[in-house]
Ligand binder design. Sequence first.
Ligand code: ADP
Ligand code: MG
Length: 370
Amino acid sequence: MPEENVKVAVRVRPFNARETNRGAQLIISMGDKQTMIKDPENLTAEPKKFAFDYSYWSHDGYTENKDGYLSPKDLKYADQKKVFDDLGKGVINNAWKGYNCSLFAYGQTGSGKSYSMVGFGNNKGIVPLACEELFKGIEEKKKVADKDAEFQVTISMLEIYNEQIRDLLTTKAALKGGLKVRQNPSKGFYVESLTSAPVSSYAQIEGKINEGTRNRTIASTNMNATSSRAHTVVAINFVQKQKNDAGQNMTKTSIINLVDLAGSERADSTGASGDRLKEGSSINQSLSTLGNCIKALADQSAGKKKVMGKIPYRDSVLTKLLQNALGGNSKTVMIAALSPADINYQETLSTLRFADRAKTIKTQAVVNES
Ligand code: ADP
Ligand code: MG
C-alpha cells in the first residue's frame, strides 16, 4: 500500500491588542519552509529551527525586530484564501478521488486554531470554504454526469468533552446522554447513534454547522472553558455514484474529518496543578494520548521496531476516532497554530516539537471504490 507522510503546516497569528500594548517580542521567524523560534530568556543563543511543508506568516512589515532578528522581507500575511488554496482544496480534490481525508488543528488556546478551521465573520476558515468547494464541484459535475449519477453528502458534528461524546446535531435532551464509541471490523471505531444529516447545498450544510456550533454553546455552562477544553469534530461523508468510462456503475466514498482540537496546554500536566489539573484531567487524557500515539507512530516511522503494533489508540475517545487519520486509511493534514509572543515561548516550542514528530508519521490511504 502506498505510504504518505502527514502534511504539516504551521501558522503564526498576529499580535493581539494586549500583546501590542505591552510591547511583546516577536520570537518566531519564517523562511520559505523554515520556521525558527528564539528563546526570549536567551536571545544570543541560536534560534531553534524546524522545517514543515507549509509555513504561514502574519506580520506584514515585520522585517527586523529589536534584536536584529530577521524575517524575510517578502513574507506576506497569509490570508484565509491562501491557507485554503494550499490545504483545503487538496482535501476536496482527494475526496473526489475517493480518499478519506483528515485535517486537524493543534495549538494552545488563543493561538488561532478556530480561526484557521472555522474563521470569523467574513474571514471564513477551511471548514466553510471546503464545504463551498465541495458543493461547487457537485453542481459542476451534475451538468456533465450521466442522468442517474448521484452525489450524496451527509454531515455529523460532535464534541468530546471530559471523554464524553456529545452529538451536536440533535435535540437538547439527547445531548445530555453521552454517546458510545463502538468498533466494527470493517468500519473500525465509530460513534454509535450519531446523527448523520443529509445536505444537498452549501446553504444546508452551513445551516447544520451553525446549528452544531449553537449546540456547543447551549450545552456548556461556561463557554470559554468548553471552547478551550473540548475537541470539535466535523465529519462529512461524501458518496458518488456514477458510471465509469466503461459504462459500469461505480461508487466512491470519502469521509472528511475536520478537527478543532482542545487547547494543547491541557496536554501537559506539568503546567497544571491542583484544581486545574483535576478539572482538566479528562481532557489531558485525549490530548496526552494523542501525543503518545504520535510519539509511538513517529518512533515506528523511524524504524524503532520495539513499538510496532503498540499504538495506544484505545486509551482515549479522540484517538479511537482519529485512528485512521493517524495511522490508517486517510490522507492527513495537520495545522499547528503558533502564538508570536515571547510570553508563550514554552507552549509554542512544545507545539513545534509536536508538529515536528507529526510530519514523520505515515498513513496509507486507499481509494474507497466499489
Ligand atoms: P484558538 O481557537 O486556538 O483558541 P482563535 O482561533 O480563537 O484561537 O484565535 C484567537 C484570536 O486570534 C482570535 O481573536 C482570532 O481572530 C485571532 N487570530 C488567530 N489567527 C489569526 C490570523 N491568522 N489572522 C488574524 N487573526 C487571527
Ligand atoms: Mg478555538
